[in-house]
Design a protein around this ligand. Structure first.
Ligand SMILES: [Zn+2]
Length: 152
C-alpha cells in the first residue's frame, strides 16, 4: 500500500473506531494517525518515510528486512499498550496509525508476518495489490469516506 492510501485508510479506520467507541478524536490525534500510518514502512528505503529518514531506514531494513518486525504483532501489542497508557493525543494517534498501517498491509497480496519472531509466515486476507487498480479503488473509497465524514 502506498503512503497516501495508508494515510487515508488509517484516518478512516480511526474515525470508525472513534464512532464505535464514542472516543473524541481532536486534530492532534488525527495528525498522529497520519504520521503513525506511514511509520512501519521505515523498513523500506524506497518508501515515503524511508526516503526521508535515509540512514535510519537503511539500518532498520538491514536489521529486519521489509515487512519484518515493524509489521508484526509485537509492534501491534506495543502500539496498543502505548495507546492505552498515554495522555498525549498525538502519541495516542501515532499508536492507532501504526496499528492501522499493519491492518492495511494485512489486506494486501503480500501480507504481514504477524507472529514474528516465532515464524516468518505472512498472514493475509488479500483484497488488493500495492500500486494496482485494486489499491486505487480502496484509496478512492477512503477519500470518499473522509469527504462524507467531514463535509456531509
Ligand atoms: Zn507497510
Amino acid at each position: 500500500m502506498r503512503y497516501y492510501t495508508h494515510i487515508t485508510t488509517s484516518l478512516s479506520m480511526s474515525l470508525i473506531y472513534g464512532q464505535l467507541t464514542d472516543t473524541a478524536l481532536p486534530t492532534s490525534v488525527l495528525v498522529g494517525v497520519a504520521v503513525g500510518s506511514v511509520l512501519p514502512d521505515i523498513d523500506e528505503t524506497k518508501s515515503y518515510i524511508g526516503r526521508r529518514t535515509g540512514p535510519i531506514s537503511r539500518f532498520v531494513k538491514m536489521l529486519f528486512g521489509h515487512r519484518g518486525i515493524t509489521h508484526s504483532g509485537l509492534v501491534i501489542a506495543f502500539a496498543i499498550f502505548g495507546a492505552m497508557n498515554t495522555d498525549i493525543d498525538f502519541l495516542f494517534g501515532l499508536s492507532l496509525g501504526v496499528i492501522f498501517h499493519i491492518v492495511g498491509d494485512f489486506f494486501s497480496k503480500g501480507g504481514v508476518p504477524l507472529l514474528l519472531p516465532l515464524t516468518k509466515d505472512r498472514f493475509k486476507f488479500p483484497l488488493y495489490r500495492t500500486g494496482k487498480t485494486s489499491e486505487f479503488v480502496i484509496f478512492c473509497g477512503s477519500v470518499a469516506f473522509l469527504y462524507y465524514f467531514f463535509f456531509m
